[in-house]
Ligand binder design. Sequence first.
Ligand code: TTP
Ligand code: MG
Length: 348
Amino acid sequence: MRQIIHFDIDAFFASVEVLMDPSLKGKPVIVGGVGKRGVVSTASYEARKFGIHSAMSTQTARRLCPHGIYLHGSYEKYKDYSRRVFEIIASIGAPYEQVSIDEAYLDVTDLDASPTELALYLKAEVHKQTGLTISVGISYNKFLAKLASDWKKPNGLFEIRPEEALDFLSKLPIIKIHGLGKKSAEKLGAVGIYDVSQLQQMPEEYLAYFLGSAWAQEIYQRIRGVDHRPVVTYHERKSYGKETTFPEDVIDLPLLRKVVDKYALKLLDQLRQKNLRASTVTLKIKYADFHQVTRSHTLEHSFDQYTAIEATLSHLMEQIEPLRPVRLIGVSFSSIEENSVVQLSLFE
Ligand code: TTP
Ligand code: MG
């Protein structure tokens, strides 16, 4: 059984601002665009009590919490804190996969210390060296470890043991299921399905009706506590990717899709020329407020043709927040393998 840790820094940007100016401690601090059309990047937990959250317009936030402290923030500062946290993460010697500026998975299966000891060490060390608090989740796969780190935020530590997983999952609303896009959740909500316990009753074919067959298969497994995705060490990853920063921010989803398709076709061309195939598709989005997300999907069979990944791209695109200006978009293919073996056996 694997041992996976997921950690996520608490109210990251806002926490850094409090560290820079300790007089802000305990106050509702909101970081983001402060102009008329600005968007909230994040808010301190004190500010969240007023209903403020990431991606909300700053105007709305100001209505909810007029006495809040609104800061523009500085991305360079956050990158520097992130780098310091990841130095601590790297120092424990486990493979780790960074998924955003403030979160990562670690595969600690082969370490001598127990996951709980390691988690406590990381929490203490990060706090000592940076002043930040992190929330840590422990479980036997990535999906559950992430749910666990979210469960006791902020400054949490929570483990989901194999024998507890099904029960834990059955008590969740479906919006907690990472990988289920907003649109899918809406479709399910329209037929009265809100809870994971209801999803668990559905046969896979019925699930496929809402999610498409590739995703249905994956979600069907996840809500039963099964997730075989490996922790992929970034440095080992060989990938083919292409991205662009738009001269002006874009909210037009069909336009974004066009760009993604164009890049995907180009990259597939490159793969075929080199006689390679890939298995993983990753979409990267940086919003106008510099918040960056990457979403990946690994297919069961490797691909070098567009038709094989069309549905996957659609699903990944579904995770883009509508109406939120996008600054950069990129697509990449990884888990690369040689095509020659497959071809040989075909022509033999
Ligand atoms: P998150 O980890 O999602 O949020 P958080 O760290 O502020 O709060 P918590 O983890 O305690 O729930 O994102 C990390 C940082 O990324 C966040 O501090 C600011 C930035 N961010 C944005 O700029 N816009 C967003 O929509 C989100 C979700 C995050
Ligand atoms: Mg965070």
